[in-house]
Design a binder for this molecule. Structure first.
Ligand code: ADP
Ligand code: ASP
Ligand code: MG
Length: 493
């Protein structure tokens, strides 16, 4: 094949990789679109199984790992058999199964050693070091493991799903006649070492992608490259992951680094709808979205796109298409810079597991610098705050519930004033245009939710967003009611 006339990066999520049938459907899309780069998620459910196994290992329960591993092996072997996998592919899968077993047992061994107060944990299995396949410093043969190593072992472990699915999907493309090869994304997806939520190092990724990836999709020997979403690697080659759902973000980053003409996100629904169809069956499809609207939707909880997906696309104005790999011809959502229509209410989202931190202190009264000190702490601890409100003597901020595990941050905040921590809220957001200039919206919303306690509202900072914090468990009900009046009935304001 000669080089691709334009670079299309296509991402397929877990349900698009669920089994050989789903893979073949997805492969036909790649063929039709002539995608240069394909970014895949792990097969459906695999990352959840790996997370469950890591939890067992982390509790030192190595004897409970095998049933999970068996399920993972059987799922992948079945797809491999359905795709008539050759000996090479089967061998590659076996190596990954072995790595899965070894890494999990290493995690468990560290925990068991800790529990028994044994000073030295197991040595690393030198078999894991395959210079061809492994990034440089995944594991050193003579290194002793300590609990501090667990996060990095876990990230290597979590990324195994994508490494397996990318091998299988390459095979799938080949059998329908698309020249394809698998590429280890760790070579280009440079990140920092915040394991499980690693941050991409864009300055490094662009030249790496141009050096290692671009030549494979250009020139006379160009092939479709199948690579892994979700996975990254640090400068020293230690594998990382970008956070759950991160494959969308991976695809957007690669599209950006390769100056792609288009980014396609193929999933299990026919594009972005007015809310999550799992919450209400009455959603409407959205055919066009502006970058800004889509970014707000993703940030405020629409799981269909990882929250950071739009950022690299916006930098280079790369149009994004979101469509269904199950019904690819039904049309999806096009996302680009400006769209013809900018309705007041576009969609509704829900973000779960939110906590509210309130700091109260008379020091805030008529002084400056207090908010600086608060946000400096969030900056130092690299924790993001989603919504804030302030009064004369207090500031309230929403954060993800996991932030409550950060005891150092909480202690430091507690030194700035009296810290109140409230857990388990849902944040419901109304996404649209000129929302902050629309008299009457808040009244309609509160009228509809008169029997639901709204703990905090966020409005005004963005013209695209109005959000409400309600008790966990009330979020879906609030969202359904608001969807009914604002979208199904298109209430007049
Ligand atoms: P993938 O595995 O392809 O990445 P995800 O499960 O991460 O798929 O994302 C697709 C899901 O996102 C849909 O099945 C749907 O339940 C959910 N979703 C949330 N908000 C929306 C929305 N506004 N429009 C469409 N789907 C949404
Ligand atoms: N497989 C990863 C997850 O389940 C990444 C992704 O699917 O986007 O979170
Ligand atoms: Mg996803």
């Amino acid at each position: 094949m000669s080089s691709f006339s334009k670079i299309i990066v296509s991402k397929f999520g877990g349900s698009s990789m669920a089994d050989a049938v789903a893979m073949k459907r997805s492969a036909e899309i790649v063929k039709k679109q002539n995608s240069a780069v394909v970014v895949v998620s792990a097969t459906y459910g695999t990352t959840n199984l790996l997370v469950a196994a890591a939890e067992k290992a982390d509790k030192g329960k190595s004897e409970q790992l095998e049933p999970i591993f068996k399920e993972i092996r059987e799922n992948h072997n079945k797809i491999a058999a359905d795709l008539n996998a050759d000996a090479f592919l089967l061998e590659e899968l076996k190596k990954i199964y072995k790595e899965m077993d070894t890494v999990a047992r290493q995690i468990a061994a560290v925990r068991q050693a800790e529990g028994e107060n044994v000073e030295e944990a197991e040595d690393i299995d030198p078999d894991l070091i395959d210079p061809e396949k492994q990034p440089k410093r995944s594991l050193e043969p003579d290194e002793k493991l300590s609990t501090g190593e667990i996060p990095r072992l876990k990230d290597t472990f979590f990324g195994l799903g994508e490494r397996m699915s990318s091998l299988l999907f390459t095979r799938c493309l080949q059998i329908i006649g698309v020249p394809a090869s698998t590429f280890d994304v760790a070579k280009v997806m440079r990140t920092d070492d915040r394991f499980s939520r690693a941050v991409p190092v864009f300055d490094a990724i662009e030249p790496l992608a141009q050096k290692y990836l671009y030549p494979l999709i250009s020139g006379d020997n160009a092939k479709t490259i199948v690579t892994q979403g979700f996975i990254g690697a640090t400068e020293s080659g230690v594998r990382t992951t970008l956070g759950r759902g991160g494959s969308d973000y991976s695809a957007a980053i690669l599209a950006w680094a390769l100056n792609a003409a288009e980014l396609e996100i193929w999933t299990d629904v026919g594009g972005v709808a007015t809310t999550d169809p799992r919450i209400t069956p009455n959603t409407k499809p959205i055919r066009e979205l502006s970058f800004q609207e889509a970014a707000e939707l993703a940030t405020f909880g629409a799981k269909i796109l990882h929250p950071s997906t739009l950022i690299p696309a916006i930098w280079k104005e790369i149009p994004v298409y979101v469509g269904s790999s199950i019904h690819p011809d039904d049309g999806g959502t096009r996302i680009y810079r400006t769209v013809g229509e900018a309705p007041l209410i576009r969609a509704l989202t829900i973000r779960r597991n939110q906590s509210l931190l309130t700091i109260t202190t008379p020091d805030m009264l008529n002084t400056y610098g207090f908010l600086y000190r608060v946000f400096k702490l969030f900056n130092d601890y690299k924790v993001s705050v989603d919504s804030i409100t302030t009064s004369e003597i207090s500031v309230a901020m929403t954060v993800d519930d996991v932030t409550l595990n950060n005891t150092e941050l909480l202690e430091a905040l507690g030194k700035l004033g009296q810290l109140q921590i409230e857990k388990s809220f849902d944040q419901v957001s109304i996404i649209g245009n000129n929302i902050n200039h629309t008299a009457g919206l808040a009244q309609k919303v509160f009228q509809e939710l008169s029997d639901i306690n709204v703990r905090m509202i966020g409005q005004g900072a963005s013209k695209h967003n109005f959000c409400l914090l309600v008790d966990e468990g009330n979020g879906e009900e609030a969202l359904k009611r608001l969807h009914k009046i604002l979208i199904e009935k298109e209430v007049q304001l």
